[in-house]
Design a binder for this molecule. Structure first.
Ligand code: BG6
Length: 315
């Protein structure tokens, strides 16, 4: 945890008395993360505007995962294995890690406010997934209001294990029909709505007019989500996470979800930095690192004309 002058980390009670940590940055941006799931539920810019979508019907009560924000899918993405959908890390209570192992010296922590969270399997967890691990998550709020999530997963077992992973980020958007995603055009994807058959994305940026549930493969390290109405662009930068899931349930599936409002699909889009197609294998003692960095900038900042190349080339 970093708490020095001009920075702040507060541990407090959230909805239903669940513990949460609030990170505040001097210019006004903030992040909230629940220990339940190590689940980021809020990310606000320096104007106090919420950048993540959380359903008004989200149930903040174990064992139901929180609908919205940034659930972590580990050790299994979706139903790609024997565990419950998206694995169990999103409905376990994590602890605050006061003494995490050092990051490499090149990781700059100056002017950043962060918290380290830790998950280790219980005896019960080992019955459903018989692999010992230590999962450390650092949630960092940067000086420009950027939100960084760094996962370090170590095999503390005597045998190798394999997992899939996603940061299941729900972005808040003004109107899904005004949104486009750049950086995934012409890539191959597995279509979750068609038995995960493989297709190639055609044409231009991705726009939305019906349900979508695709796993884009071997994607670039930078993806942009342009919200024309809000004149806001989210930039996702990722490392160690080759794939990217794009999900919007649209109207029918929205109605079928108890913890999601019927019309809320219009105001969210999940773009999930992930490692799915090629599962990660860790030998005993090995560590894997997967990082996602989110920034939100006025669209005009990237390019006057929302030029896809300019958006993705700007740093
Ligand atoms: C997405 C999956 O990542 O998560 C979808 O691709 C799934 O298939 C969605 O419906 C939501 O999952 P859940 O378990 O949070 O309802």
């Amino acid at each position: 945890m970093s708490t020095t002058e001009n920075k702040s980390v507060e541990i407090t009670k959230g909805i239903n008395g669940l513990e949460k940590v609030i990170l505040r940055e001097i210019h006004g941006s903030s992040v909230e993360v629940y220990l339940y799931g190590a689940h980021v539920t809020s990310w606000k810019n320096d104007q106090g505007e919420e950048l993540l979508f959380v359903s008004s019907k989200a149930i903040f009560k174990p064992p139901k995962p929180i609908r919205g924000g940034i659930p972590i899918c580990f050790p299994q993405f979706s139903n790609l294995g024997p565990l419950e959908a998206h694995g169990f890390s999103r409905n376990r209570v994590w602890t605050i890690d006061l003494d995490p192992p050092a990051f490499p010296p090149n990781v700059n922590v100056t002017n950043r406010v962060y918290v380290d969270l830790l998950l280790k399997p219980t005896e019960e967890d080992l019955k459903i997934w018989p692999h010992s691990f230590e999962y450390r998550l650092r949630v960092t709020l940067g000086p420009a209001g950027d939100l960084m999530l760094t996962s370090r997963i170590r095999n503390t077992d005597g045998k190798p294990f394999t997992f899939t992973f996603a940061y299941h980020t729900y972005f808040s958007v003004s109107d899904i029909s005004e949104v486009r995603v750049e950086g995934l055009e012409t890539l191959d994807y597995l279509d979750n709505l068609k038995n995960r058959e493989r297709y190639t994305e055609q044409g231009d940026a991705i726009t939305f007019e019906s349900e979508i549930d695709k796993i884009y493969l071997s994607t670039p390290t930078k993806i942009a989500i342009l919200d024309h109405e809000k004149k806001r662009t989210f930039v996702v930068r990722k490392d160690g996470l080759p794939d990217a899931v794009v999900w919007n349930p649209w109207d029918k599936k929205a109605k079928a979800m108890a913890d999601f409002g019927d019309d809320e699909y219009k105001h969210m889009l999940c773009v999930e930095a992930a490692a799915i197609e090629k599962p990660i294998t860790l030998k005993p003692g090995e560590e894997w690192k997967g990082r996602q960095e989110l920034s939100a900038v006025p669209s005009s900042y990237c390019s006057g004309q929302l030029d896809p190349n300019k958006v993705l080339q700007s740093s």
